[in-house]
Design a protein around this ligand. Structure first.
Ligand code: GDP
Ligand code: ZN
Length: 368
């Protein structure tokens, strides 16, 4: 049984709205030869997942693709090869991921947790109902870049900013914080700016990131065109609403593209975003190339190009603070997952301590 050759091309088209393309088809070819069905994972729960396939949505057991490595566990957005029939059906393989959203888990278990796979656009929702927190923007951008997805910043509830000049300034602030990232303003309430967003996410798979109350559920409803999320306007004074999510975590958008919205993604906090941080702060890292010391911490080191850019007003002080904070936070997380690095940091401290003691001794020697 081959679902993807001549006679059944029409049935494989059923996956097009879910992001199936020629490259996935190529990756899937060996499984097609074995008579397996291609499908995209729309939901995962303990040992089972829902997969959309050319024959509809099927439930499949993930026992054969659940290795010890938590990064390789099936997740929403994965493309899979599943049994064409039988009870239970099994997932036999996952196609190699193009991108992946990962959260580092807190405390003792330091392995990453995979949140969503094969995401092309990370839509970062920021509410204009509250003061813009640029540090938060940078945090979400780092997470997005790290995943491999293209970030898009959407300033929501634009109707709450009456003055167009103020609005333009807010957009500008975000644009300088997010080099290389499109920044849009939308009002879901007045259907403004949504077409631009739809066009941007109309190909590939998108996720919505942002704080609670940022307007993600409202955007999801606008993009998917049905009441996916139950937005219950709670106390609107603080711009926050309450919502409950339905069980489908991956939905095609009528204008094209796919939206993934999982509770896990909504709660992302700590993350492991080393290179992501670098991309968000490409301006800082570029300046840092001119620092005298390659490992300059841009603190009190002599010949620091970053500090001098801050002093000249070229680089906002806030941005340097934010960069250092995220780098430190990231280093803590990485250290947790990497014992080797932990040992290195310890050695470094010891070395610094020894150097400090030697310097203090030399000083004393000089004066005594
Ligand atoms: P989420 O927590 O990020 O999913 O945010 P919600 O979509 O639940 O929205 C939070 C609150 O903002 C709700 O009370 C919405 O009605 C409100 N809201 C969403 N979009 C807009 C908008 O375009 N304009 C205004 N004024 N309020 C909005
Ligand atoms: Zn420096």
């Amino acid at each position: 049984m081959n679902f993807l050759d001549g006679s059944s091309v029409s049935s494989s088209r059923a996956l097009d709205p879910y992001g199936w393309d020629a490259d996935w088809q190529g990756e899937f070819a060996p499984y097609a030869e074995r008579g397996l069905l291609p499908g995209r994972v729309v939901r995962v729960d303990r040992g089972q997942c829902d997969v959309v396939t050319p024959v509809g949505t099927v439930r499949a057991d993930t026992a054969f693709v659940t290795p010890n490595d938590p990064m390789r566990i099936v997740c929403t957005g994965d493309w899979a090869a599943v049994d064409p029939g039988g009870t239970p059906r099994y997932v036999w393989a996952l196609l190699p991921r193009r991108t992946a959203f990962v959260r580092s888990t807190s405390s003792k278990r330091s392995d990453g947790q995979i949140l969503a796979a094969n995401v092309d656009h990370a839509v970062i929702a920021l509410s204009l109902a509250v003061e813009l927190d640029l540090g938060r923007v940078e945090r979400f951008l780092a997470l997005a870049w790290e995943s491999g997805a293209q970030p898009v910043v959407v300033l929501t509830k634009a109707d709450l900013v009456a003055d167009p000049v103020t609005l333009a300034h807010l957009v500008q602030d975000v644009e300088t914080t997010a080099p290389g990232v499109p920044v849009l303003t939308v009002s879901a309430l007045y259907d403004e700016g949504l077409d631009v967003l739809r066009a941007l996410v109309g190909t590939g798979t998108a996720v919505l990131l942002g704080q609670s109350g940022a307007g993600k559920s409202t955007l999801a409803n606008a993009l998917v065109g049905e009441e996916v999320m139950d937005v219950r306007a709670a106390r609107d004074v603080d711009g926050k609403g309450r919502h409950t999510t339905t069980t489908r975590n991956l939905l095609p958008m009528p204008g094209g593209g796919v939206l993934i919205d999982t509770p896990g993604l909504r709660g992302v906090g700590l993350f492991d975003a080393g290179s992501g941080v670098g991309q968000v702060f490409s301006d800082v890292e570029e300046l840092a190339r001119d620092c005298r010391f390659p490992d300059c911490a841009h603190d009190t080191e002599p010949g620091c190009a970053v500090r001098s850019a801050v002093d000249s007003g070229e680089l906002p002080h806030r941005r340097l603070d934010s960069y250092r904070k995220l780098m430190r936070e990231n280093q803590r997380i990485v250290a947790k997952t990497d014992a080797r690095l932990r040992a290195e940091i310890k050695r470094d401290w010891k070395r610094k301590g020894a150097e400090g003691r030697a310097a203090a001794q030399a000083k004393r020697g000089r004066w005594s």
